[in-house]
Design a protein around this ligand. Structure first.
Ligand code: PMT
Length: 405
């Protein structure tokens, strides 16, 4: 799937001689699928683990191998100057040492010296090599010069030993690359709060009332805001999704917990996007012990209303003026636009995104959504079936326009 952030972006991917080099092929493929032009530089040692053909096949571009073999006269300068980012993944202890000391004895290290763009390094090596004071000092040197070091992760390594030395997985590296590419984007300096997922309202210590929200739409919104350079607080109900790199996550369970987290985060936020499916009601009281099957005769479950978080945000905004932009979501099964128009006024919103949650390919849990964006004046724009990531882009575009006044 292409990602707008990667449009017209050229990424240099340096691969060094570690067993994790095979994972670099997956990273090159993910970057290419996202829409980036990926130029791969392999060291001689990397070629002992993976072939140039592998990378050529996944990127559709020639692979660069040695300093003087190419047609280009000063290939290293051309490669590094046209790139928006240089990622070295995996980076061995040997290559880290060379770069820390400014050595330039192969195309990769020459290009690293010549590169004016941000440098991301994903180390991969045996745990003992990583812990060695020489490697640690080299990493500190590179970090002090502005390199972003991602990982290594802990786990089982090729030696069979466990420890800290595994290259961070390509999907996670992709998130860190997004963060770097997003620097200076239109939301730079903006604090954006996004809510995601459903809340759980406890009946007793083992049971609760909830809904089918997976958090996918909210997480996609958090990622889209991060891709524009925002500082994102993601307040999420229980979910199983990977956290977007760079988001600070507040995990909550009940509507009351979500309300507390949202009001605190909104105190100095520019934007709130409320995609969470907050329970509208909860059991009036929570049983202290598990309710026994045998004790159910005549049992009833009185319900109480939960706090309306968006209404509480509107009250707080009257005092603080924050957040400047508040976007709600509306889960509807009928009269989608009319109901959304009512909610946008009642909850004093800048806009509301109404989704038809009765359609099979829209709303809860699925990866796609059908939405109509209704603005504060009641104007409505119905979008075609889209992925939740595309919906998130469309919502962030509108938020961007509202922030610009
Ligand atoms: O998580 P997914 O599986 O990806 O599904 C996405 C989604 C369908 C949950 C999402 O797109 C969505 O529609 N979220 C809002 C669901 C909802 O609660 O709609 P509502 O019409 O009941 O509420 C309107 C707005 O008020 C929402 O922004 C809601 O967050 C907010 N609300 C609701 C109840 C409450 N007590 N406090 C609130 O602030």
């Amino acid at each position: 799937m292409t990602i707008p952030l990667f449009k017209n972006k050229r990424i240099l991917l340096g691969v060094t001689g570690s067993i994790a080099a095979y994972k670099a092929a997956d990273l090159a493929s993910k970057l290419t699928q996202a829409g980036a032009e990926v130029d791969v530089i392999l060291t001689d040692s990397a070629e002992r683990f993976v072939t140039p053909l592998t990378f050529q096949s996944v990127t559709g571009r020639p692979v660069h191998r040695d300093l003087w073999g190419s047609d280009a006269h000063v290939v290293h300068v051309g490669l590094s100057h046209g790139a928006q980012l240089f990622a070295i993944a995996p980076a061995t202890a040997n290559t880290l040492a060379k770069m820390a000391h400014g050595l330039a004895d192969n195309l990769l290290t020459v290009s690293a010296l010549a590169a004016p763009c941000p440098l991301l390094i994903a180390p991969a090596m045996d745990g003992g090599m990583f812990d060695h004071p020489a490697t640690q000092a080299n990493l500190k040197t590179l970090q002090a010069r502005g390199a972003i070091i991602v990982g290594p992760a802990e786990g089982r390594m090729a030696s069979g030993l466990s420890g800290k030395g595994r290259m961070v997985e390509p999907a996670e590296l992709l998130g860190h690359i997004r963060l770097l590419l997003a620097r200076g984007g239109p939301f730079t300096g903006r604090k954006i709060v996004v809510t995601a997922g459903g809340t759980q309202e406890a009946i007793d210590p083992v049971r609760f009332i909830s809904n089918h929200s997976s958090g996918k739409q909210g997480f996609a919104l958090a990622q889209a805001a991060l891709d524009r350079g925002a500082q994102v607080t993601l307040i999420a109900g229980p979910n199983t999704l990977p956290v977007p790199a760079g988001a600070s996550v507040v995990n909550v369970r009940s509507a009351a917990e979500m309300a507390e987290a949202v009001l605190a985060a909104c105190a100095d936020a520019d934007v709130l996007i409320m995609a969470a499916a907050v329970a509208d009601f909860r059991p009036e009281t929570q049983a202290g012990q598990k309710i026994k099957r045998g004790g159910l005769e005549g049992y009833s479950l009185p319900l109480a209303k939960t706090v309306d978080i968006l209404m509480a945000v509107a009250e707080q905004k009257e005092r603080t003026g924050k957040p400047a932009v508040v976007a709600g979501f509306a889960a509807e099964t009928q009269n989608v636009i009319d109901n959304a128009r009512e909610k946008v006024i009642k909850k004093k919103l800048s806009l509301i995104v109404a989704n038809d949650v009765s359609a099979k390919d829209s709303g809860f849990f699925v990866d796609t959504n059908r939405v109509t964006i209704v603005d504060a004046g009641g104007g409505a724009a119905t979008l075609p079936l889209m992925s939740k990531a595309e919906v998130a882009e469309a919502v962030c575009e509108r938020v961007e326009r509202l922030l610009a006044g």
